[in-house]
Design a protein around this ligand. Structure first.
Ligand code: GLC
Length: 747
């Protein structure tokens, strides 16, 4: 009896709970419909219009009062935001609040490493934490929508925006994108510290031909689904990403801002996305230049009918949609659906109830815990590429250090690209941090030598040599100014710019040990510099706390654990060069540069028939997933729970990992799989999981992965996402090349 009663009571609770959820959902949809029913066509279109507020003038205030603006980007002063908001809430007929947006890409005031650097940590927790910090700082300024994470799969370092990406790998990008969305959006969008995330750029922008920004891409649907779309899909399905931004590149001849396949068939029908789709900056009007539309009116028509909902700054919607509806070229239902999604986002953010920014005096920007998180992220982003004779970490025997180069004390450039609101006054540089942390026992001699990375003036070289000759070790800080990566900053060459390489050559003649620290927004072709250095640490652009992080790592207060999220080529001519490429019929067998060894009048087929360059061999300078630490690790005993499995089973994979060195270290254990044969050319390997494992010297641990066989699914010849039966290899190791391998079969 009691049992039945308790069953009834708990089912009642469940029903109420469900009912409670349903009523909240119903309540939201009712509020949306109620508001929609009050709106004129022009007011609806107003919600679809996003305006740039770099200079908020009388015209903008009038547009707001007319209900012709739904969201604003690039206003970031909270007092101004409240003034703009007041005009909307108090003076427009319906009082619909504005949504304020900003590019908060890797920090608002406290700047974290560029996303490519954050990806090198292989640690989603620090990525989520960084986004949370950014959301807290941006939202207290009134920003409630960020145009991040950028999750374009990027395999061409000539493209400056690789800096904003999570690199070349689909799985790593999925994991980091989900983490960053969660960090921005927090537990609930209605929390005042939550900001709506934006999965961008939809789609294929990282594959622009030639690495030239704003160029075209030609990615077939199957490759879109297997390589480029997964981070977007998971950001929506797993993290509830609130918005999506369409990209500039036309893909297969269609600009995504007017692609019905992408914005309606895929996003809405297949993925059931109920968020908002925003264009990129004027990507609607640009379709006229792309020759895809005759004029801005046709651009408005094609974009709206494809499913674009908010137009960023180019004014096609606000100028032409009303007429297009009257002409029947765009249905009012299309407008209604767009406005429903926009209103839903604003209700979810709580803007109707709390439209204003709380101008409370105590601010969280640059809070100690924020700086601490930024330092940790920087530490984990560094990738140690070379460490001859364990020169690092620097020991107590080091009494004099020559700190040389244009990036040793470059507070602006250290922050990297896309940090609109970062303030260089708060950047702590390597020079400052080295002196502060170790200046008591170490004499640091600083010679900038080159005023900036592109500087070709060698007149200060002698002073650098003089400092080097007095030192026990040289710390050389070179790389790229921040302006050299990011949007519209493609490079045709990836060698160190200016006279940086010559400076290194001259310093190497002193015979002093050289530790080269590279700050850059992309992989650079550093083969020559690698040979001239005893140690090389890739620091990306490490952000506000890059200095303390680097100083601690260089002197052993912490240790590097990062792994490359992107391949580093030997030559720019090898690009695109990435690890997870499709299998080919004649892969290169060995890495050899034949050019100088070819006999004259060599016979046509005398050099073999495999896929490599006569003048460059085939391998990368450094492969995806590569990174050293201050200790060494040994992998052994790769074992599988079963050799034959069905599609719905989970394969347990375990490997013994031992710290065989003298120092503690953290190893990113990587698990790859390879499909031996499939209905389309399978990839040579692809990352499916990874784990960060910290071990003390001599410590050994069995690292176990659960690999659901469903994770092997891919979009096949019939364009179905399936696991095809057959043989597979599973590979585990500390990078994408040195791997233990075992084979298994899927029934
Ligand atoms: C830019 C970028 C996009 C950014 C937007 C707003 O052109 O392509 O990533 O979010 O405009 O600044």
């Amino acid at each position: 009896m009691m049992k039945r009663l308790s069953l009834r009571i708990c089912s009642l609770f469940v029903f109420c709970g469900m009912f409670g959820y349903l009523s909240a959902q119903d309540n939201l949809e009712n509020r949306i419909e109620k508001m929609l029913s009050k709106m004129t066509l022009r007011q609806k279109i107003g919600q679809m219009n996003q305006v740039n507020a770099r200079k908020p003038d009388g015209k903008l205030y009038q547009q707001i009062r007319n209900g012709e603006v739904g969201s604003i980007l690039n206003a970031e002063d909270p007092v101004l935001l409240n003034q703009l908001q007041k005009a909307a809430v108090d003076s427009s007929q319906l009082g619909i609040p504005l949504l304020f947006a900003r590019d908060v890409i890797h920090g608002f005031k406290t700047i974290f490493p560029i996303p490519l650097g954050q990806a090198a940590s292989f640690n989603p927790e620090i990525v989520e934490e960084g986004a949370r910090v950014a959301a807290v700082e941006a939202s207290e300024n009134g920003i409630r929508w960020t145009f991040a994470p950028m999750m374009d799969i990027s395999r061409d370092p000539r493209w400056g925006r690789i800096a904003e990406s999570f690199g070349e790998d689909t799985y790593l990008s999925e994991v980091m994108a989900v983490a960053m969305v969660k960090g921005f959006q927090g537990k609930d969008l209605s929390d005042p510290s939550s900001i709506a995330a934006c999965a961008k750029h939809f789609i294929g922008y990282g594959a622009v031909e030639g690495g030239r920004d704003y160029n075209i891409s030609n990615i077939p649907e199957r490759q879109l689904r297997n390589v480029y779309l997964p981070p977007f899909e998971r950001s929506i399905q797993e993290a509830g990403c609130a918005t999506i931004m369409t990209s500039f590149n036309s893909n297969n001849g269609i600009p995504p801002s007017a692609s019905k396949f992408l914005l309606t068939d895929l996003l809405r029908k297949e993925w059931k996305f109920d968020g908002v789709v925003v264009s990129d900056w004027a990507s609607v009007s640009i379709m006229v230049t792309q020759g895809f539309c005759e004029d801005k009116k046709e651009a408005a028509k094609k974009a709206a009918n494809a499913g674009l909902e908010i137009e960023m700054v180019s004014g096609c919607f606000i100028d032409h949609l009303e007429q297009l509806v009257k002409e029947g070229a765009v249905s009012e239902e299309t407008i209604n659906n767009a406005v429903r999604n926009i209103l839903r986002l604003k209700y979810k953010l709580g803007l109707f109830d709390n439209p204003y920014t709380d101008l409370r005096p105590e601010r969280k920007i640059y809070a100690a815990e924020h700086l601490k998180a930024a330092k940790k992220a920087a530490e984990e982003s560094f990738v140690l590429l070379k460490n001859e004779q364990d020169i690092l970490p620097l020991g107590n025997d080091i009494k004099t250090v020559a700190v040389i180069g244009p990036l040793a004390d470059a507070p602006h450039d250290q922050m990297g690209t896309w940090c609109f609101d970062g303030e260089k006054e708060y950047t702590q540089t390597p020079l400052e941090a080295l002196k502060k942390q170790f200046g008591k026992n170490v004499n640091f001699i600083y010679e900038q030598t080159l005023a900036f990375s592109r500087d070709k003036d060698k007149t200060k070289f002698p002073k650098a040599i003089e400092a080097a000759l007095k030192s026990d070790v040289i710390l050389l800080f070179v790389g790229e100014e921040s302006i050299l990566s990011g949007e519209a900053h493609s490079l045709a060459g990836l060698d160190l710019v200016g006279a940086q390489s010559e400076l290194l050559s001259e310093l190497s003649k002193t015979g002093k040990p050289i530790v080269t620290v590279i700050m850059a927004g992309r992989p650079l072709t550093i083969a020559k510099e690698l040979d001239l250095s005893d140690a090389v640490l890739y620091a990306w652009h490490p952000g506000t706390m890059g200095g303390p992080a680097l100083a601690g790592i260089l002197f052993g207060k912490s240790y590097p654990s990062g792994k490359l999220p992107v391949t580093i080529p030997r030559y720019v001519g090898q690009i695109p060069l990435y690890y997870s490429h499709e299998k080919i019929g004649r892969p290169a067998k060995k890495n050899e540069v034949l050019l100088d060894d070819i006999p004259s009048e060599a016979k046509q087929s005398s050099l073999g028939n495999t896929s490599y360059y006569l003048d460059a061999g085939f391998d990368a300078l450094f492969d995806f997933g590569y990174g050293l630490s201050y200790t060494t690790f040994e992998y052994s005993d790769l074992t599988l729970s079963k050799d034959i499995l069905s599609k719905d089973e989970v394969l347990q994979v375990s490997v013994a990992l031992k710290n065989t060195g003298k120092r503690e270290g953290c190893e990113v254990v990587q698990l790859y799989t390879s499909d031996i044969a499939a209905s389309i050319a399978p990839l040579v390997k692809e990352l499916k999981d990874f784990k960060r494992v910290t071990l003390k010297p001599g410590e050994q641990q069995v690292v176990t992965f659960d690999l659901p066989i469903q994770k092997l699914a891919f979009w096949n010849y019939e364009m179905k996402k399936v696991v095809e039966p057959g043989k597979f290899d599973v590979m585990v190791g500390g990078n994408s090349v040195d791997l233990l391998t075992r084979r298994f079969t899927v029934k």
